[in-house]
Design a protein around this ligand. Structure first.
Ligand SMILES: Cc1ncc(COP(=O)(O)O)c(C=O)c1O
Length: 434
């Protein structure tokens, strides 16, 4: 198919909800490591990694080697039979789980399913159904996980799942309580208790949050936030669910799991995305006594599939063997510095934040009012594409540039990216002035 045939077929035969970035959709035909190529042969430095998913580089040789071996050996038998790839992956994940305490895995195909399983587990374990989530969060696209999500634009079709309430998030740049850290005394964390007391029966099944809100625009809570919240959740009988669909596998730098950066030991962790480096896999990981409450007939036909679990085990081994969470910390800090330099140069950049190789810039019309610069964000995205770099967009107001390259990028890659991003800010403003 030609480029235009692909774009036309997308329009004609896919749901209109399958949207693409850019005015003129980018048709990608191949990828290797940190680069992708479009249908016209143009090369791009990919600093979004298929939405925080390509954790060890596109078509990673080691991971693909393991996949190729497995494809010709055993592709699928379902979980009614035992297979080595699923067993080996579950064992490895238990070993690297926070404090070695979360030892039971349930595999599915996506982050949405992972969160569905987590909520079901919490409900079975506690006998309660009420869940506290956070505003600006994103947890998936099923009825339940859309209800968990705290962004109106991602809650389609009329919300139908009762028993879910939302506390304010720890969004320091736009504090929902109008306060300033640290004099605020992390008042937002206490809102979780207020919400439990006023909008639930007082006995909750659990609390779910992303350590760093991903789709929400890489909102990083202060270090006191999650420990305070974890105590409140425990006090009201709930389990703590850490949605690590974006933050796991070393992404935040120096730790396997994002929540470890706050020193909190969750009861359940969910993940997906970077675990498969592009293959579809969802993980719900729980403490044994919590997982044991989910008894009876529930099955995911493709969960624990030999090929995806082989890929996932290879990803974890690759991250470990190449010390990529350390690389994420070091190169992530370097990327953060580069963003601060760009902020000093471009008034449009209101805030720079992130952890490890999960870095963002929030764009504002002026730094005083902090009015979201939504149109300008789109213009920078377009210019960045013209300049050969790919990055993501997010935030409730669509004004956050999200940057999540593979964990094995180098400082030289960051230099190139920052140079082109700088040029993209200049280019987008020059275009706006015409
Ligand atoms: C934090 C978080 N949770 C859950 C999901 C849902 O994952 P999936 O799209 O694989 O269903 C996402 C997807 O972006 C996510 O970022």
């Amino acid at each position: 198919m030609t480029k235009n045939e692909i774009i036309l077929a997308n329009k004609e035969f896919l749901y209109p909800s399958v949207f693409h970035y850019y005015k003129d959709p980018l048709v990608i035909t191949r990828a290797k490591d940190q680069y992708v190529w479009d249908a016209d042969g143009n090369q791009y430095l990919d600093f979004f990694g298929g939405i925080v998913t390509v954790s060890v580089g596109h078509c990673n040789d080691y991971v693909n080697g393991k996949i190729h071996e497995q494809v010709d050996k055993l592709q699928h038998v379902s979980t009614v039979f035992a297979t080595e790839p699923q067993a080996a992956l579950a064992k490895k994940i238990a070993e690297i789980s926070p404090n070695g305490k979360l030892t039971k895995s349930f595999f599915t195909n996506s982050g949405t399913e992972a969160n569905e399983t987590a909520i079901l587990t919490a409900r079975c374990y506690t006998g309660s159904s009420e869940i506290v989530a956070l505003r600006h969060s994103y947890h998936g696209r099923s009825s339940l996980t859309m209800t968990l999500s705290g962004q109106g634009s991602w809650r389609l079709g009329g919300i139908t799942t009762p028993g879910i309430v939302h506390a304010v998030n720890a969004y320091c740049y736009r504090c929902p309580l109008g306060l300033t850290y640290p004099s605020c005394n992390v008042r937002c964390a206490r809102d979780v208790e207020e919400v439990i007391k006023t909008t639930t029966s007082g006995r909750i099944a659990g609390f779910i949050a992303e350590p760093v809100q991903g789709v929400g625009g890489f909102v990083v809570p202060p270090r006191e936030y999650f420990p305070i919240v974890a105590d409140i959740v425990k006090k009201y009988g709930g389990v703590y669910i850490s949605d690590e669909v974006q933050t796991a596998w070393g992404r935040t730098g120096g730790k396997w799991w994002g929540i470890e950066q706050w020193g909190v030991e969750p009861d359940i962790i969910t993940s997906a995305k970077g675990l498969g480096n592009g293959l579809p896999i969802g993980l719900t990981l729980a403490k044994a006594q919590v997982a044991d409450a989910l008894k009876g007939a529930t099955i995911s036909t493709f969960g624990g599939n030999p090929i995806t679990t082989t890929a996932a085990k290879a990803v974890i081994d690759f991250v470990e063997d190449h010390h990529l969470s350390i690389n994420a910390a070091e190169v992530g800090a370097y990327l953060h510095e580069k963003f601060l330099e760009l902020q000093a140069k471009h008034p449009l950049i209101g805030d720079v934040r992130g952890m490890g190789l999960m870095q963002a810039m929030e764009l504002v019309e002026d730094r005083e009012s902090r009015k979201p610069a939504t149109a300008q964000t789109l213009a920078v995205m377009e210019a960045a594409r013209e300049n050969g770099i790919l990055l993501g967009k997010g935030g409730l107001y669509g004004n956050v540039l999200r940057v999540t390259p593979p964990l094995n990028i180098t400082k030289a890659n960051v230099d190139e990216f920052a140079r082109q991003l700088d040029a993209s800010f200049v280019r987008s403003q020059a275009t706006a002035a015409v």
